[in-house]
Design a protein around this ligand. Structure first.
Ligand code: DGJ
Length: 731
């Protein structure tokens, strides 16, 4: 009997999940350590260390002497608590705030257990379970570490078993602490056509908040990512920097707070603005992923961490190829018919691109989409304009040897549309006030499952009727205005969150049904560019601003977080004062496309573009999948230079741009990076205007990687808007 009992106990023990208990929980990548300490008596959980990887785990115990770990003997356990709630000992911004059923507004979380799961050789998951010992509220902290890429992804899951719903009014994805003599924040802010402008400021006592309240197209004024330089402003090649981003395309908030001891806390999560969330018993509130890296070699290295990680793990078809294309938006706006489109397909063929992309203006019959003020929601082809429908266009594209892609903006509804006549309650709008419009349209209420089905149906109908459609451009031009959901009725405070969750649900459904369909994320330009959406999209449209000079800055900005293959860059007629070569060279450093009528170009320019497309296709593996090195910043000089090198260091492509050099300016040589010092490389300027020869010193010659990285190449000139593309090949 005793034996039976013992074996019963043993079986019971072994069937428990692998849960370990120790004072320190180490969450690491190849170069970064995040050490979390569980205070032995109080079981409160602290960030004991975050930074460069530590060599000796045996020395971790010394970390518990630090004040960051809270002083167990004293009344206050204040310290660098990983998930501090409001109303307890901490006097600064909390990660979490709640109102319990009895009206009480405090919570203190204590350690329950943790588990470490190896997902594969490179990825490890750590889950730390916390609970409030006075109220039945649980928090799960989840960390995924990506070893080689030095990326940590973290989020929280919150649930409770109180009798009635509780209200949570703060629900951060992550709280991180830093101690440094000074902190410098780089933000990426702007507006339509001015996306991702970088500016840096020193953080002083108190708070600096980066946030959006736009609801959808939420990143129009500020992007959901930041850089913090520790001790000095973030720099490309040296210094310790933290790069973080929130995978959430709705309202986000980053709070940077320097406290009385000059410590910095960074709180990242959904913006709680107007969003007190009612959480039902047992409902699991999952916060968005916060993704970060730390580099002690500046932002260039940190960005490469992000690029490689995104291609390997997050971006839809991250390792796959990308299609070059010709779009018709800039070329025609709404003014086209079948003949014109077929003509443009011929131009796509002439250019040698892979695809023709039909933009806005192809749909609606009762209210044909002839201008931006009508028709969103009525996704049937305009018979007068395109009498033979989409199948005809797909066929014509085929005849021209190109694929066919199409634009949609399915989350939106026009006040003049059949959809709003049929479903007036599907639009987000106030029942008792005059509506106000952004771009003359309203946002569909994606918190409503029926609306989600409709939006999914927009894609599904196009795809099932036209299985050969090879690409979707998914636009989103309006923020949420007239904030009222007819569906949520008395729970308007959940609209921003539930709407965004609804959008992501649809993205997921589309992706599940059409996993191989490349899709472009667009929100009136770069108003939506987050790593949740990019799980379901192969790329995003950085900006409607395609002036190549502006694009140099915009692409520099986005490249801090996103790999070149996810960043769409098109050659257009914006800034005609620049040469077609300059415009092409700027687009070529990302995922290149065209949005221009080629018949308006000279024969020489057409030939140039054809050759550029052919070269781009040949060099795509290096530009889109190689390591990116940002060499010369447009923010610091009158020039810009960026290069890509493949993993084997056998092929590289260097781009250089003279923006507005001063007269008589001394141009510096550009020192290359990412090459093998022992290899010999042939240097060849490509993308030359037909019949013109390169006048670059060293063109056609061979140099060692050592020479190129220490002495460099004289690629810059003092001419306005000159550019060069240099192919570098190991012999
Ligand atoms: C905004 C996008 O950014 C443009 O590229 C274009 O698709 C227009 N919308 C169409 O309305």
């Amino acid at each position: 009997m005793k034996k039976f009992f013992l074996s019963f106990l043993l079986i019971g023990l072994f069937s428990l999940p692998l849960i370990s208990q120790s004072e320190f929980i180490r969450i690491s990548t190849d170069d970064i350590d995040l050490v979390i300490r569980v205070a032995p008596q109080s079981k409160r959980v602290y960030q004991a260390y975050l930074g460069d990887k530590l060599m000796n785990e045996s020395e971790f115990k010394a970390l518990s002497f630090s004040l960051k770990g809270g002083s167990e003997g004293s009344v206050s356990a204040r310290g660098w608590e990983v998930y501090p709630a409001s109303g307890a000992e901490d006097f600064f911004e909390p990660a979490f705030a709640i109102q319990h059923n009895d009206g009480n507004m405090t919570s203190i979380f204590r350690y329950v257990s943790h588990e470490v799961n190896k997902i594969d050789d490179n990825v490890t998951e750590t889950v730390i379970n916390l609970k409030d010992d006075v109220y039945p509220v649980n928090v799960k902290l989840v960390y995924h570490t990506f070893g080689k890429e030095n990326i940590i992804k973290t989020w929280t899951e919150i649930n409770h078993t109180e009798k009635k719903p509780v209200t949570i009014s703060r629900y951060a994805s992550s709280m991180l602490y830093f101690e440094s003599p000074a902190y410098y924040l780089t933000e990426f802010s702007g507006d339509w056509a001015m996306e991702a402008r970088m500016s840096t400021q020193q953080l002083q006592f108190g708070k600096k908040i980066l946030e959006t309240k736009l609801g959808s197209r939420a990143a129009m004024h500020v992007s959901p990512f930041f850089q913090v330089g520790l001790g000095q402003p973030a720099q490309e090649q040296q210094g310790t920097v933290v790069l973080g981003t929130l995978a959430w395309s709705g309202n986000f908030q980053f709070t940077f707070e320097v406290d009385n001891s000059s410590n910095l806390r960074i709180i990242s999560g959904i913006n709680p603005y107007a969003s007190n969330y009612e959480l039902k018993p047992k409902e699991n509130f999952v916060t968005p992923e916060f993704i970060f890296t730390i580099s002690k070699d500046g932002t260039s290295k940190a960005s490469r961490n992000f690029h490689t990680w995104a291609r390997n793990y997050q971006l839809k078809d991250g390792k796959g190829d990308r299609l070059t294309l010709l779009n018709n938006w800039e070329a025609t706006q709404f003014n086209f018919d079948e003949d014109k489109l077929v003509d443009i397909m011929g131009e796509a063929r002439m250019l040698g691109v892979d695809m023709f992309l039909l933009d806005d203006g192809w749909f609606g019959n009762k209210y044909p989409r002839e201008k931006a003020t009508t028709t969103l929601g009525d996704w049937d082809v305009t018979k007068d304009k395109l009498p033979h429908g989409i199948p005809f266009l797909v066929e014509k594209a085929k005849e021209n040897g190109v694929k066919f892609g199409i634009w949609i903006e399915p989350e939106m509804i026009s006040p003049e549309s059949e959809l709003i006549e049929k479903h007036p309650d599907w639009a987000i709008r106030l029942p008792n006030r005059e509506p106000y419009y952004y771009r003359s349209q309203l946002v569909l209420d994606m918190s409503n499952p029926k609306v989600q089905d409709f939006v999914f149906g927009v894609v599904d109908n196009i795809m099932s009727e036209n299985p050969d459609v090879a690409f979707l451009k998914w636009d989103c031009n309006s923020p949420i205005t007239n904030i009222y959901s007819p569906y949520l009725k008395t729970k308007q405070n959940q609209l921003y969150i539930d709407h965004n969750r609804g959008v992501v649900n649809v993205f997921k459904r589309v992706n599940e049904k059409y996993p191989d369909l490349p899709m472009m994320l667009c929100a009136g330009g770069g108003g939506r560019c987050d790593y949740e959406s990019l799980k379901y999209f192969t790329e995003f449209w950085c900006s409607d601003n395609t002036d190549p000079i502006e694009r140099i800055y915009i692409q520099w900005g986005f490249s801090q977080f996103f790999p070149a293959k996810s960043m769409d860059a098109h050659v257009t007629s914006w800034n005609r004062r620049t040469s077609i070569k300059f415009r092409v060279d700027v687009a070529m450093m990302c995922k290149m496309g065209f949005d221009i009528r080629t018949h308006e170009m000279s024969e020489t320019d057409q030939k140039f573009c054809q050759q550029a497309v052919a070269d781009y296709k040949r060099l795509k593996p290096v530009i889109l999948d190689g390591d990116q090195y940002r060499l010369v910043s447009p923010y610091e000089t009158n020039h810009m230079s960026v290069m890509y090198a493949n993993e084997e260091k056998t092929k590289a492509v260097l781009f250089s741009y003279d923006i507005h050099p001063r007269m008589g300016e001394k141009t510096m040589s550009v020192k290359l990076q990412g090459l093998d010092p022992d290899k010999k490389y042939k240097i060849e300027e490509i993308n030359l205007i037909p019949e013109r020869k390169s006048n670059m010193r060293g063109n056609g010659e061979t140099f060692s990687g050592d020479f190129l990285m220490k002495i460099g190449l004289n690629v810059f000139t003092t001419g306005q808007t000159n550019s060069r593309v240099i192919e570098i090949t190991a012999e």
